[in-house]
Ligand binder design. Structure first.
Ligand code: PNS
Length: 163
């Protein structure tokens, strides 16, 4: 069975990577799908995020990385994927995730959302936290893959020069 792992991944964290690695052991193929969301002002372009994720998932043979716009279920149908994979960190994630899973089911009743409990050590971790720490000059080396940390540091160094 093919699973889609949709998200913003701005940027990908070790928490996401954990879900991708474990998803890769459960499913025939995991397609990491970066949402082109016109409503959000991202740190990195879609192309950059796809490149970052490809680089740090290179060691997992059954993972593809792609981007999409529009509804996740439409993209899932396009890729013949019957499963949407999502990570659950804490109880507060649950409400939004359950709402999304139910919504997606109303849009396509054959789709199943599979939740993996995020590994405990990453239960606090989010892309927003990573950006906040880096913005104030803190280290994010323990939170994101090395290639991503480099890109985030560069982004904020260049921002400081511009401001
Ligand atoms: O990483 P995120 O921002 O938590 O991911 C959210 C995402 C991309 C999974 C969700 O916003 C999504 O599926 N958006 C696509 C639009 C859509 O299908 N909406 C209906 C389901 S709520």
């Amino acid at each position: 069975m093919i699973a889609i792992y949709p998200g913003s991944f701005d940027p990908i964290t070790f928490g996401h990577l954990d879900i991708i690695e474990r998803g890769g052991r459960l499913f025939e193929r995991v397609i990491v799908a970066v949402l082109a969301n016109p409503g959000k002002q991202p740190l990195f372009s879609i192309a950059k995020r796809v490149e970052q994720i490809r680089y740090c998932t290179d060691h997992i043979p059954n993972v593809d990385v792609d981007s999409f716009a529009g509804l996740t279920v439409d993209y899932a149908k396009l890729r013949n994927a019957g499963v949407l994979l999502r990570g659950l960190r804490v109880l507060s994630d649950f409400e939004k995730e359950l709402q999304m899973a139910h919504t997606n089911k109303t849009l396509w009743d054959e789709v199943e959302t599979v939740f993996l409990a995020t590994t405990k050590e990453y239960s606090f971790l989010s892309s927003s936290i990573v950006k906040e720490i880096a913005q104030f000059g803190g280290s994010i080396d323990h939170l994101v893959p090395e290639n991503v940390a480099r890109d985030v540091y560069t982004f904020y160094q260049e921002k400081v020069k511009k401001d």
